[in-house]
Design a protein around this ligand. Sequence first.
Ligand SMILES: NC(=O)c1ccc[n+]([C@@H]2O[C@H](COP(=O)([O-])OP(=O)(O)OC[C@H]3O[C@@H](n4cnc5c(N)ncnc54)[C@H](OP(=O)(O)O)[C@@H]3O)[C@@H](O)[C@H]2O)c1
Length: 269
Amino acid sequence: MTVLKIVITGATGGIGSAMALAFAQAGHRLVLVGRNSDELAVLRNRLAQPERHQIMLANLNSAAAITSLATELADIGGVDVLINNAGVAGFALLPEVQDDDLAQMLGLNLLAPMRLCRGLLPLLSASANACIINVGSSFGSIGYAGFSTYCASKFGLRGFTEALQRELADQEIAVHYLAPRAVRTKMNSAAVVAMNAELGNREDEPAVVALAAMRLLTERHSCNRYLGWPEKFFVRLNGLFPCLVAKALKKQLPIIKRYAKQQGDAPLR
Ligand SMILES: NC(=O)c1ccc[n+]([C@@H]2O[C@H](COP(=O)([O-])OP(=O)(O)OC[C@H]3O[C@@H](n4cnc5c(N)ncnc54)[C@H](OP(=O)(O)O)[C@@H]3O)[C@@H](O)[C@H]2O)c1
């Protein structure tokens, strides 16, 4: 097996830590990126052979922090894989979304992956196994009430990924888009969890997403993976017949609005 040097943003989160555990177990060397050094250290100690993995601190809402991160990664001899996983979600009807929340969500979910891809391309180009995985969402293909800003960020990430796949089609860098459905992590508030239960929207464990990411590491051709059934069907249906999906989602609207009220005035997570 080829040992890869893998950078994971949002490493301390639910999906990030599941990926870190799986990749370390498989023998890869990791760079765990996050904002909280204590949490990163705890995570590193849980990994197989902790001394092989590094920690790098960065608030990815800062362009300067991303530039410094790229320099630090160059200093340690480059990188094979970039996983743009850090993200925030916000559940709120648009009038309740604060200006800061708009900026933070678009900054972290969209601008940061774009800046990281741009900043790390020179390092990735030097690897024979170069790969980027952008973690999107089924909400990157289906506009959903109560998540307009989050959807905008993930639709943007999907468009960016598709364009980059085509821009790099003549190079040996695989660019993947991985779109989970709801996942059991702290990203989802109690109101979102209760709403999903009432609507029958299923949640996956983070390990399911980690396994899908693990499979993408060996995929040499850029690809898009949507997780969960029926979500992956609705992604296709929404692309072809958005009016049908809009009709079905309209029936959910009173329930979504009721839970948005419960969410209160702290929508960003
Ligand atoms: N959970 C779901 O239902 C779901 C569904 C589909 C897609 N996704 C996507 O999966 C990815 C991971 O989500 P998750 O569920 O694992 O979320 P999570 O458990 O809330 O973890 C989010 C991670 O992002 C990091 N982060 C937040 N703000 C940051 C910033 N400004 N700079 C650097 N790091 C920052 C957090 O680190 P700190 O400890 O520093 O805050 C944390 O490690 C996201 O892109 C999300 O959109 C999630």
